[in-house]
Design a protein around this ligand. Structure first.
Ligand code: ADP
Ligand code: MG
Length: 579
């Protein structure tokens, strides 16, 4: 600590580069160690990466707070939030030019994700965060830096990272709430379910930019229709009652503004665990559920969309369909096929964001436009084949096309934000008023082929330097390219985008993308690498862990690779048959 003080007073008033002296150094404080992993080059650059390491003999977290793995994820998330709150309380914030004096830690949203901001094990607790090293203009403000690290930081550590100083009941509630969700999710498949929504859940959010639960006095709590009631066992709290959404083809119908999309969004986002107080702590969805939507304008590289699209004008190939600018329907078809290729088990679709001509073609349109002139086989004719042949379940929000009653296994109606099971009525209506459309699908869903990315088509460099940068949850700068992730709706945290960028780079550096492995193998190998060695393993320099990565699902990594505009693939010989 004294040594740091000395350095800071030595370099006080010097040029900003003098801070580089700190790079790679660790300083012993009473009860913890402060390390400077990466020192910024100037006060306006990204802030410096620092870490605090507290030995467990001081931090004293009991084993049951971070074992097994899921508790470690939850505890790390909790401590990240504590640290963030305490920065606000204990640190003065900006002092000087640029990012001078700011302390920042990655900030989790409503989801509890595996992240690199805090790592915890039997020996050590390590917190990685960012510090803007203070300057006036480009001169070192040594005294301000001393204030940050020598006065503010010890209080911050004391109040956020020492078990005995924390709100232990709240901490364990956080950990157990997250563990409950993981256990609930793991019970879905054996119970024949693809999702579960607990009674009393609050699904609506405050606004498009505020993902917290709508306050209880404005929200209608979820109430299970009796026919779909199920009970799941949870490790902390006994049993939990709610609605089980079964495998198969599920429709969500109901009047406009009655809560259909809100329910679907809750299902989409509950592939992740939520923090206590979120309102969706009792909502879990199959881990491999993927949101499908139309995405016109996206690029598509050699995807076999022939199950849905055939006979394009001018004989364009749909068994190896490529486009620089796909249409609504072809993009939605490609999104489905690519997600199946990446291992999706459940497809979630909303009419609000689907291409109408992809979803349905009614009798009158069939009479006017002959099948030979219409390239699209609508989803309605494929959805049961997907389920029967490939065990892919769906949840489709549809308010305007009753033709879907014929193909649905379960019909759920939302009425003033309450769900009712109406499968019987829907089937009766379908019988009384037979649908006169002609079934357009062939005998089977069709074949799916593996695609193998060519490593030469994936280049993260710009002027010979790796340049990969996340743009929030919307996209990723990748070398000279921009990967548009705007419509990959289940990326919820900017730190996931960052991780995706580095995972692709890792896969290139380590020959996972080698011109022989199909997409699925690449993303699975990345995922097991993280399982075995932690999220830190993907960093370019694992010895200097950055604190701003959160784990994405393999499905989102594949989605990013598929949206790289330079991507070239070759067809594998393998057929994807079993799911
Ligand atoms: P739909 O898709 O059926 O047209 P939405 O799901 O978009 O309807 O919901 C319409 C509005 O109602 C949204 O502003 C949403 O936040 C709100 N809402 C949804 N569910 C609830 C609920 N359970 N309680 C209160 N408001 C809700
Ligand atoms: Mg809607």
């Amino acid at each position: 600590m004294k040594q740091l003080q000395q350095i800071l007073s030595q370099i006080d008033g010097k040029g900003y580069k003098a801070y580089k002296k700190l790079q790679g150094q660790c300083f012993q404080f009473p009860g913890f160690e402060l390390c400077f992993y990466q020192v910024q080059g100037d006060p306006f650059a990204a802030p410096s990466q620092v870490a605090v390491r507290v030995p467990q003999k001081n931090a004293a977290f009991p084993g049951e707070s971070y074992q097994p793995k899921i508790r470690q994820v939850a505890l790390s998330d909790y401590l990240t939030r504590c640290f963030h709150e305490n920065i606000k309380k204990h640190a003065r914030g900006k002092r000087g030019s640029g990012k001078s004096g700011a302390l920042q830690i990655d900030r989790p949203g409503q989801e509890v994700l595996e992240r690199t901001s805090v790592s915890v094990n039997e020996e050590m607790l390590e917190v990685r965060f960012f510090a803007g090293l203070p300057a006036a203009g480009r001169r070192v403000l040594g005294r301000e830096a001393a204030e940050m690290f020598l006065n503010e930081l010890p209080g911050l550590v004391e109040n956020s990272l020492i078990y005995n100083n924390l709100h232990q009941k709240e901490l364990f509630n956080h950990v157990y709430t997250v563990e409950n969700q993981q256990v609930m999710r793991s019970q879905l498949t054996e119970k024949g379910l693809i999702a579960f929504v607990a009674d009393g859940s609050i699904l609506p959010r405050r606004s498009g930019v505020d993902q917290r639960a709508l306050p209880a006095d404005q929200a209608i709590a979820f109430k299970t229709p009796p026919e779909l009631a199920v009970e799941l066992e949870i490790p902390h709290g006994g049993k939990i009652k709610g609605m089980g959404i079964p495998r198969g083809v599920n429709l969500i119908v109901g009047g406009g503004y009655h809560g259909k999309s809100t329910l679907l969004r809750a299902l989409e986002q509950s592939v992740y665990n939520h923090k206590p107080g979120d309102g969706r702590e009792g909502v879990v969805t199959n881990q491999e559920a993927f949101k499908i939507r139309a995405e016109d304008g996206r690029r598509v590289e050699k995807v076999n969309i022939s199950p849905f699209i055939n006979n394009l004008p001018f004989g364009q190939d749909t068994a190896e369909f490529s486009s620089e600018e796909a249409s609504g329907s072809t993009s939605q078809a490609a999104n489905i096929i690519e997600s199946l290729e990446a291992g999706a088990k459940v497809l979630l679709m909303d009419e609000d964001t689907s291409a109408t001509n992809f979803m349905i073609r009614d009798m009158r349109m069939q009479l006017l436009v002959a099948k030979e002139k219409e390239p699209i086989t609508p989803f309605i004719d494929k959805v049961q084949q997907l389920y029967r042949e490939r065990n892919i379940s769906t949840v489709v929000v549809i308010g305007g096309a009753g033709d879907y009653f014929d193909v649905a296994d379960t019909v759920l109606m939302m009425e003033t934000y309450r769900p009712f099971l109406v499968t019987g009525e829907a089937k009766e209506i379908a019988q009384k008023h037979p649908n006169q459309r002609v079934q357009e699908a062939g005998d089977s869903f069709g074949e799916l082929q593996e695609r193998i990315p060519k490593p030469s088509s994936i280049d993260p460099t710009r002027k010979n330097k790796v340049k990969v940068k996340a743009r929030g949850v919307e996209g990723l700068q990748f070398g000279y390219e921009d990967i548009d992730l705007h419509f990959v709706e289940q990326i919820l945290d900017p730190s996931q985008t960052r991780a995706i960028g580095d995972m692709i780079c890792y896969a290139l550096r380590n020959n996972l993308i080698d011109g022989h492995k199909p997409v699925k193998d690449i993303i699975d190998q990345l995922d097991s690498l993280i399982d075995n060695r932690g999220l830190e393993a993907i960093l370019p320099n694992p010895k200097k862990p950055r604190g701003d990565f959160a784990r994405p699902r393999p499905l989102e990594v594949a989605a990013a690779i598929n949206r790289l505009r330079t991507l070239k693939v070759v067809r594998g010989t393998g057929l994807l048959t079993t799911f």
